[in-house]
Design a protein around this ligand. Structure first.
Ligand code: S3P
Length: 446
């Protein structure tokens, strides 16, 4: 791949023999968003170490600064001076969430409880994403949101206090759950969110770290999470675990390349996020988890992946569906790439939500895999990937960071060179991804 220009459009990826070495991953993107927002709502100063370098998390910090939250940022360290739950000030201009759905949906929950009007906007991709899922519950709580037919920009007229509600999530979404819970911190009673399918619980864990009594209970309708509007948040330093969603690309790539040996320290292995690890093991990947510890309420461990899929012979394609999908939703594109290396391929169902991400990830994954020679069947809620010897091709990131990184891995497995347009969008979650890959990539002999 050679030297990487700072703003590239096209990236050439050559086949690799294997991946070798240690990788320093960025801090977890989901957790970084939450710490920054929760620290802003707290009383006191919070120092956040290993804050995600991702462009998305920078969007969150810029929005908080525009809302009157004093912050200082070093490379991986951020100090947030909390303003308290209602201490935000009206922004002078629309808040630009960039490409980040998490910034928009979580911040909306905080803004719903402020006594001013504010507007949330973003890039072309974000302006096309569905927001009725948060407008509905925030409306029930008393905040008025205008939108462009359910899409951003969103103008929120907040209210304090909000009405507390019992809300059952119609789609499995940690962003919607978190939005309602953050709004619930400014409500007049107890707010309960019921999730029929469990989603990532970083908000619950981080609120507890800041001293909030978050109660969770399994009921016959799903997991119920309760917060009280009387809660107050106390600043407390945080070290963010490394991002398992970023680790996933290297886990899958190394698993597909025999002879690989990759180590990644300090990776978050939260049970609501580690689906990719468990599924890779089920598919025959050799993954060692060691040094498990708890870090600021989140489990972390060192992951070591040695190459080769021990169980790649299947008589029929394994099917991933049901509750596991929410747990590994962001990892499906790279798992689909790995599916081409299994004897019967791999099938994903119940993953309709993938169509509403930074791009339609079902269509983007299918398109790129086909260009690389795989047979793919698309369903409304998923895809079936056939076994294939991938060949180098001209492919597209579709402006989506996870598509870019998943298909960088596909390029390593292919015969011949792959050229990807728009590879720079990897910065949205993993600035330095291609440099990190170059450091561990062993050239395949011609
Ligand atoms: C996220 C939740 C998921 C995930 C996204 C990050 C979060 O989205 O796809 O990348 O940090 O809460 P949904 O809540 O829309 O499922």
């Amino acid at each position: 791949m050679g030297r990487i220009p700072s703003k590239m459009l096209n990236m050439k990826i050559r086949p690799a023999r294997s991946l070798h070495g240690a990788i320093a991953l960025p801090g977890d993107k989901s957790i970084s968003h939450r710490v920054a927002m929760i620290a802003a709502m707290a009383n006191g100063d919070t120092t956040i170490d290993n804050f995600a370098t991702s462009a998305d998390c920078t969007s969150t910090l810029s929005c908080l600064a525009a809302l009157g939250v004093p912050l200082r940022r070093g490379e991986n360290r951020v100090v947030v001076h909390g303003v308290g739950k209602r201490g935000f000030t009206a922004p002078a201009a629309p808040l630009d969430c960039g490409n980040s759905g998490t910034t928009m949906r979580l911040l909306a929950g905080i803004l719903a409880g402020q006594s001013f009007e504010s507007t949330l906007t973003g890039d072309e991709s974000l302006l096309a994403r569905p927001m009725r899922r948060i407008i509905g519950p925030l409306g029930e709580m008393g905040a008025i949101t205008t939108s462009n037919e359910g899409k951003p920009p969103l103008t929120i007229t907040g209210q304090n206090p909000l009405r507390s509600i019992d809300y059952t999530l119609p789609v499995a979404s940690a962003q919607v759950k978190s939005c309602v819970l953050l709004a619930g911190l400014n409500a007049d009673g107890e707010t309960r969110v019921i999730e029929p399918t469990e989603t990532r619980d970083h908000t619950e864990r981080m609120l507890r770290w800041f001293g909030v009594n978050v109660r969770t209970r399994r009921t016959e309708n799903g997991r119920r999470v309760t917060v009280a509007g009387t809660a107050s948040l106390t600043a407390r330093d945080v070290a963010v675990p490394a991002d398992i969603s970023s680790a996933a690309f290297f886990m899958a790539g190394a698993a597909c390349l025999p002879g690989s040996d990759i180590t990644m320290p300090g990776v978050g292995i939260n049970p609501s996020r580690r689906g990719v690890l468990d599924v890779l093991r089920d598919l025959g990947a050799n993954i060692e988890v060691s040094g498990a510890a708890e870090q600021c309420g989140e489990p972390v461990a060192t992951l070591r992946i040695r190459g080769g899929l021990r169980k790649k012979q299947f008589l029929s394609p394994p099917i991933l569906r049901g509750d596991i999908i929410a747990n590994l939703i962001d990892e499906i594109p790279v798992l689909a790439v790995l599916g081409t290396q299994l004897s019967a391929g791999l099938v994903f169902r119940d993953a309709e939500e993938l169509r509403f991400k930074e791009t339609d990830r079902i269509a983007a994954t299918a398109e790129n895999l086909r260009r690389m020679g795989a047979e793919v069947t698309e369903f409304p809620d998923g895809l079936a990937v056939g076994p294939a010897d991938l060949r180098g091709a001209s492919i597209d990131s579709f402006g989506d960071h996870r598509i870019a990184m998943a298909f960088a891995m596909a390029g390593l497995l292919a015969d011949g060179e792959t050229e990807m347009t728009g590879a720079d969008c990897a910065d949205v979650s993993f600035p330095g991804f291609f440099e990190a890959l170059e450091l561990v990539r062993i050239e395949r002999p011609a």
